[in-house]
Design a binder for this molecule. Structure first.
Ligand SMILES: Cc1ncc(COP(=O)(O)O)c(C=O)c1O
Length: 484
């Protein structure tokens, strides 16, 4: 017989019945009243016992599933998740690890950048792949820009989620952001060469943020671009530094809505000034809009591309955060300027799209069914909760700064002393906790003075795993935990 904890419901209160069930089951699990691996009552049985609709219990179980407290497998009863070390937790976000205390090695992977896919493995995902596989098998390759169905869905998503006025013909489907960047840089090169005469191959000069996204800078360097790193400030890319460049770059790669990794965002005024700078210097702007669907504080600011009246912003987006990087699926939105479109399409003609038609069909089905929209809404709630666990555990501590939490899936714990940061990262690794080193995000001559600290993702792990990891992070970054 599955154990049922006592649940008291207040009808007509401010919290919905399912929210009350979630809160009480969650605390029963955390307090150890419901033990790891134990099965929970069926939704029908619990609904009957509590005198509520089955839907309220199903909703509550789905939420706890998404948070990592429960595990459901098809055909088997839903169970309490096996917590790390088989232990229960005394309470969420309480310090449980003292400096120097050792735990057995379990890998808790907080590598930044990864989303939670727990809510995805459902019916909609399987149905989309089944529909894609059941289609008549085309005898051709997919269209160069991507299938019309997927481009139509992406344009629709961008209009609703990001306020970008675009149509299917503006979209080019890519294999994620890195391939989109490759396409843009090769297009820029094509554009420069066509202007200067075919003989003079010119390496594009691209300004990049530092700290910035290392995968992007690596890809740009591989493609022969000359990078001009610009140190970001609290609000993101400083316009004064762009103005100060004696030789203006031909493009700037920017994360205006949630600077990666530090988290600043450009105000509307700064966005307009950036567009104005690009117009005056005849530069392209590459807008990496990688996680704007997840804004936790305040309304999202309009994408740069939505303010661009001059056709200079190439918006780059990805399904890596809203679904999974396993898909290797992304897109770019071509601006109105004919020269940019011509160059992008010329490159795509010579390097045809690498994304399989079946992947495109399945993604289009998922988008059309509303599953992506629902998934974003559900994961946004999960991430907002996890973000609050991070804030509870790590904010307001001496000699540390916590940032990047206004949106997205990761946090930055800045540490004033680089030696302390290095020691904390090695100590975490010794305890089996993977986080990234903030200094690995900096490039160029200023890298030696780059800000130090930890970058970690809070989305991909369950709440319970996150709470444990945060306790370790707290312990190893306490002022007296490590020398330095
Ligand atoms: C700044 C930034 N841009 C883009 C992406 C997505 O990249 P891709 O679409 O190549 O997976 C990420 C993922 O971590 C990111 O951090």
């Amino acid at each position: 017989m599955p154990f049922t904890p006592p649940i008291t419901l207040i009808r007509g209160g401010t919290d919905s019945l399912s929210a009350q069930i979630v809160a009480q089951l969650r605390s029963s699990i955390l307090l150890g009243e419901m033990r790891s691996g134990e099965s929970v009552p069926s939704s029908r049985a619990l609904a009957h016992r509590l005198g509520v609709s089955r839907g309220s219990v199903v909703t509550a179980y789905e939420q706890l599933n998404g948070e990592g407290y429960l595990v459901s497998t098809q055909g088997a009863p839903t169970r309490v998740a096996v917590l790390l070390h088989g232990e229960t937790l005394a309470a969420p976000a309480r310090p449980m690890v003292e400096a120097g205390q050792q735990y057995p090695l379990d890998v808790l992977d907080l590598t930044p950048g990864y989303p939670s896919t727990r809510r995805l493995s459902g019916r909609a995902w399987t149905a989309a792949w089944r529909l894609a596989a059941a289609r008549p098998i085309p005898q051709t390759e997919p269209p160069l820009q991507g299938t019309l169905a997927l481009r139509t869905e992406i344009a629709d998503h961008l209009r609703h989620a990001r306020g970008v006025r675009c149509e299917a013909e503006d979209i080019v489907v890519t294999a994620g952001t890195s391939e989109a960047l490759a396409l843009v840089v090769l297009a820029l090169r094509e554009h420069l060469e066509s202007g200067a005469g075919k003989d003079s191959a010119r390496a594009p000069v691209v300004a990049v943020e530092t700290p910035g996204y290392p995968a992007a800078t690596r890809a740009l360097q591989r493609l022969g671009a000359i990078l001009v790193p610009i140190s970001v400030e609290a609000d993101g890319l400083p316009m004064s530094a762009l103005h100060a460049l004696t030789v203006p770059p031909q493009a700037v790669l920017v994360t205006p809505s949630h600077q990666y990794p530090l988290g600043g965002r450009l105000s509307v005024d700064a966005r307009l000034r950036l567009l104005d700078w690009a117009r005056r210097t005849d530069a392209w702007i590459i807008e990496d809009d990688y996680d704007s669907e997840f804004r936790h504080v305040g309304p999202p600011l309009p994408a740069l591309a939505s303010l661009d009246n001059d056709g200079r912003v190439v918006l780059v987006g990805s399904f890596s955060k809203i679904l999974t990087p396993w898909l290797r699926l992304g897109y770019l939105v071509m601006p109105a300027r004919a020269a940019v479109r011509r160059a992008v399409l010329a490159v795509r003609h010579d390097l045809p799209g690498p994304v399989s038609g079946v992947v495109q069909d399945a993604a289009a089905e998922l988008l059309a069914s509303g599953a992506v929209r629902r998934h974003i809404a559900a994961t946004r709630r999960d991430y907002a909760h996890r973000r609050s666990l991070v804030l509870d555990a790590l904010s307001g501590r001496p000699s540390t700064t916590l940032s990047a939490l206004d949106g997205g899936l990761h946090a930055v714990l800045g540490l004033q002393n680089p030696a302390r940061s290095t020691a904390a990262i090695s100590e975490l690794a010794a305890r089996g906790i993977r986080v990234a080193d903030l200094r690995d995000y900096s490039a160029g001559p200023g890298a030696a003075d780059a800000p130090a600290g930890l970058v970690f993702g809070y989305a991909a792990v369950s709440d319970t795993a996150l709470v444990r990891a945060l306790d370790h992070i707290r312990a190893v970054t306490a002022v007296d935990a490590v020398p330095g």
